[in-house]
Design a protein around this ligand. Sequence first.
Ligand code: FAD
Length: 337
Amino acid sequence: MDLAEYKGVYVIAEQFEGKLRNVSFELLGQGRKLADTIGDEVGAVLIGHNVKPLAQELIAHGAHKVYVYDDPQLEQYNTTAYSKVLCDFFNEIKPNVFLVGATNIGRDLGPRVANSLKTGLTADCTGLSVDDDKKTIVWTRPALGGNIMAEIICPDNRPQMGTVRPNVFKKPEADASATGEIIDMKVDLTDADFLTKFVELIKMGGGGIKIEEADVIVSGGRGMNGSEPFEGMLKELATVLGGAVGASRAAVDAGWIDALHQVGQTGKTVGPKIYVACAISGAIQHLAGMTGSDCIIAINKDEDAPIFKVCDYGIVGDVFQVVPKLTEAIKKHKGLA
Ligand SMILES: Cc1cc2nc3c(=O)[nH]c(=O)nc-3n(C[C@H](O)[C@H](O)[C@H](O)COP(=O)(O)OP(=O)(O)OC[C@H]3O[C@@H](n4cnc5c(N)ncnc54)[C@H](O)[C@@H]3O)c2cc1C
């Protein structure tokens, strides 16, 4: 393999029901930084049906080029068909780097493509950089229960692939005046490329704000002592702040709240503007999912709880007294009470 033939940092632009996922923009922002360091271009691969209008949005967020695979057969995500499209893209364009969001779809797609292309993939990365000779991407990811950070490289195969956790990198500001190239690509699929069939889409988790997309998260831990405070006290504070309710694994394991709300290493990684940790001790596996938050507020009755080491504001006290007072004060401040 002549490594010099492979150029460009490419991001798989994930969209759902005609809307780009935030992670696509986060990857473009970081992809652009990597490309600038290498002295190369950054581009996006957009797959779906009637998705071309989204290309301009990707350009506004930093893409120099957007390759569009638009076809009615690609309307719904399909592992084997989308993998085939990406392998075709690789064979035609010969990218150096492929970045995939570590979403349900990305985690399904990434390994399949890497295996077909016989290249290396680092899963669930939280750090991306370029090594000193500017050839190889250094993929950083937590390993061994988050106790070590592994740095992994793919020196001899292309593309260099990785799935990257959502909410680790900041979404870049859109620049409506940015220009780029939109390239229509030929879709070449047969029935044999559809090993699975789309039957029905079942939406879960109700209509509330998802923690991955919330600007404010009010999370509860073991100290909440039951499901009632999640549905009452914490929900009320989250609602007043226009946010969502999160939880530690201890709370999820106790059955007080659904696993969709779990923050941490085996839950979701979040990066809201404000994260309120209520009766959460701050175990390393929990911190792995929320230290990217802009502002962390901790409420805990134990002044030695590790959460106080990472918070911006800390209140030592009983959550059952502090949270209702906080909610009341914010309501007053907002003119709601
Ligand atoms: C492989 C692995 C993966 C894991 N993944 C995750 C993960 O994704 N997310 C996650 O969260 N954990 C995860 N964990 C578990 C993690 O190690 C901790 O056990 C968990 O985060 C603890 O949750 P907690 O902080 O709610 O509970 P605890 O550690 O028990 O802390 C409860 C806190 O509440 C305080 N408190 C109690 N009552 C009150 C009160 N009335 N007012 C104020 N404060 C009060 C206590 O002082 C204490 O600090 C994982 C563990 C392993 C081994």
